[in-house]
Design a protein around this ligand. Sequence first.
Ligand SMILES: *[C@@H]1O[C@H](CO)[C@@H](O)[C@H](O)[C@H]1NC(C)=O
Ligand SMILES: *[C@@H]1O[C@H](CO)[C@@H](O)[C@H](O)[C@H]1NC(C)=O
Ligand SMILES: *[C@@H]1O[C@H](CO)[C@@H](O)[C@H](O)[C@H]1NC(C)=O
Ligand SMILES: *[C@@H]1O[C@H](CO)[C@@H](O)[C@H](O)[C@H]1NC(C)=O
Ligand SMILES: *[C@@H]1O[C@H](CO)[C@@H](O)[C@H](O)[C@H]1NC(C)=O
Length: 510
Amino acid sequence: MIRSRLLCKDNDICYRVPVGNNAAKLSGTSAVCTLLCVAVSLFAIVGADDPYRFFNWNVTYGDIYPLGVRQRGILINGQFPGPDIHSVTNDNLIINVFNSLDEPFLLSWNGIQNRRNSFEDGVYGTTCPIPPGRNFTYILQVKDQIGSFYYFPSLGFHKAAGGFGGIRILSRPQIPVPFPDPDGDYTILVGDWYKSNHTALRAHLDRGKKLPFPDGILINGRGPNGYALTVEQADQPGLDYYIVVSSRFTTPILTTTGVLHYSNSAGRVSGPPPGGPTIQIDWSLNQARSIRTNLTASGPRPNPQGSYHYGMINTTRTIRLASSAGQVNGKQRYAVNSVSFVAPDTPLKLADYFKIQGVFRENSISDKPYGGGIYLDTSVLTVDYRAFVEIVFENNENIVQSWHLNGYSFFVVGMDGGQWTTNSRNQYNLRDAVARCTTQVYPKSWTAIYVPLDNVGMWNIRSEFWARQYLGQQLYLRVYTTSTSLRDEFPIPKNALLCGKASGRSTRPL
Ligand SMILES: *[C@@H]1O[C@H](CO)[C@@H](O)[C@H](O)[C@H]1NC(C)=O
Ligand SMILES: *[C@@H]1O[C@H](CO)[C@@H](O)[C@H](O)[C@H]1NC(C)=O
Ligand SMILES: *[C@@H]1O[C@H](CO)[C@@H](O)[C@H](O)[C@H]1NC(C)=O
Ligand SMILES: *[C@@H]1O[C@H](CO)[C@@H](O)[C@H](O)[C@H]1NC(C)=O
Ligand SMILES: *[C@@H]1O[C@H](CO)[C@@H](O)[C@H](O)[C@H]1NC(C)=O
């Protein structure tokens, strides 16, 4: 058996790649990329001796040719995509990042919860950019997590040029998982791609234009049939098989292929790849709802408020977030509850930590759709530490949306077409929903999640559709407590870079 992994860096809808026993049916199942972004909470007692893993990364520009034309990419230690991080639950990751670009740079860790430690989250609301020619060492712990995640550059549309890679967190050997040990383990990063470099794309957005349609889809940084993975023969004839990835709910539909190569293969892939699954929304909703936690299988489980039963906890607050697109001052913007996010000059987390006034206003975004036109602001929504909230993502637009929350994994309790109402709660799955950190919202539909807010910090909620994120479809959830106990939040890292209005402050003695 070979474990399949699928990581998508954008909003793209893509296929799950079943490998192993049903290798011949590769065109089969479709799912939203973020499904494997599953994080589970083990709540084991962690000793101070959790292992350390050290990484030294040099971020540079370099020529890449993913769609056959030369373009300037962002490499990590000369690689595109960047190196995989292999780790085990509770490992400490010490990642020293040298920024050899000519622009400020930051890495963020999609799906890594950075518990009590949003300082290391690597988005502009939490962490100062690494200036050109400087380095910064991230100190992360992959606490209580298992799964497949990825890192990516969060600033300046760098993500369109590279700088991303996979993160694996394996279960600790003493925690049983409900399947035999895999024979192999592959990272597959899938995303859409432009032949233009990131500075050209960024300039286009800065001028207030929508991005054109992408030029293609990459699998592990390669174009059509450019990526192949080799496996021992399973139970199918010794041949090569297509790995097919295509977009859903887009016009046109983009498709690309990779190759699953049997080591004893007698021939190359040939002929047209099989077509993609339906683009019917009802079918997709049903499929999404059918993906559930197997409650009778052994294995680690999320444990909100110590109950193991998220459906039996009363929610204490409802937050409704509606996306929209429109123009502000003649320029394209995207918004949440009418607010189009603009980054402040100082990371919000540092403003909070040093109690610097004038960086953001609390509750500068409403917790339900406002109904008015789009305006610019630094949107921050304060929520109580330990609240158990229901968040409803409302999509009145005609495209699929993809929402991500940093710092947490949440339960996707419901989704359906049309407008959400309180009656929609009657159809929630309060038993065996899956916990994850990104969810899709189908066109003209809603998706509801439950989140136990047990991780203090400043946490980004954003569209994973990167142009939308760049032009304002994001906000910060300020999970706040007046407690200054280390049990609730770590102090600022000693090596934290300080910028904006936090310049000249001191972190803490070394
Ligand atoms: C990073 O790579 C560049 C280009 O190869 C090189 O000039 C620079 O010395 C490297 N920096 C580090 C810290 O390795
Ligand atoms: C930069 O890298 C050096 C090692 O080359 C390390 O000693 C130093 O702590 C790093 N700086 C930061 C801010 O992480
Ligand atoms: C980026 O693309 C623009 C537009 O094609 C081009 O003018 C520029 O030279 C490119 N920059 C680099 C560094 O390749
Ligand atoms: C759930 O897990 C149990 C135990 O591993 C297994 O027997 C059962 O087939 C699984 N159910 C489904 C629907 O996969
Ligand atoms: C949830 O709320 C209901 C109705 O207010 C109440 O009866 C019940 O005890 C609450 N459950 C918990 C676990 O607090």
